[in-house]
Design a protein around this ligand. Structure first.
Ligand SMILES: C[C@H](O)[C@H](O)[C@H]1CNC2=NC(N)=NC(=O)C2=N1
Length: 113
C-alpha cells in the first residue's frame, strides 16, 4: 500500500498477536516510507525529524499528539531543541500492526506542503 493511501486510513483497535504484521508485510510497507527504519527486533519503526528551532519542534510534537489522540494510537517521542524521534509500535499486539504504518504515514502527511 502506498504512503498516501495509508495516510487516508484510520486506526482501529487491534489487540492480540493475530494483528501482528509478518516480516514480508513489514518490509513491503517500509519500502514506501522514506526515512523510517525497523528497531527493537523488528517490533517498532522509528524516524528522527529535524527542525530549525525549539518552537517548530514543539509544534510538530503537538500536531503528532493531536493526531495520535484522534487515532487512539500513541507513539514514543524523544525530543531535543531541533529534533523529535517518533517511534511506533502496537503494545496490544506485541509488535507492529497496520496502525503503526497508518500513523507513520499520517505524521508524514502533517509535514507535507
Ligand atoms: C483502548 C486503546 O485503543 C488502546 O489502549 C490503544 C491506545 N494506544 C495505543 N498505542 C500504541 N502505540 N499501542 C497500543 O497498543 C495502543 N493501544
Amino acid at each position: 500500500m502506498r504512503i498516501d493511501d495509508l495516510a487516508q486510513q484510520h486506526c482501529i483497535p487491534r489487540s492480540g498477536s493475530e494483528h501482528a504484521l509478518d516480516a514480508a508485510a513489514v518490509a513491503g510497507l517500509l519500502a514506501g516510507m522514506p526515512g523510517w527504519s525497523l528497531v527493537n527486533d523488528g517490533k517498532a519503526i522509528v524516524k528522527d525529524f529535524r527542525f530549525d528551532d525549539f518552537h517548530r519542534t514543539l509544534g510538530f510534537i503537538n500536531a503528532v499528539g493531536f493526531m495520535a489522540n484522534r487515532e487512539d494510537h500513541h507513539p514514543d517521542l524523544e525530543a531535543g531543541y531541533g529534533h523529535c524521534q517518533v517511534l511506533w509500535s502496537t503494545h496490544d499486539v506485541g509488535g507492529l500492526s497496520l496502525n503503526d504504518f497508518i500513523c507513520a504515514a499520517r505524521v508524514e502527511a502533517l509535514l507535507a506542503r
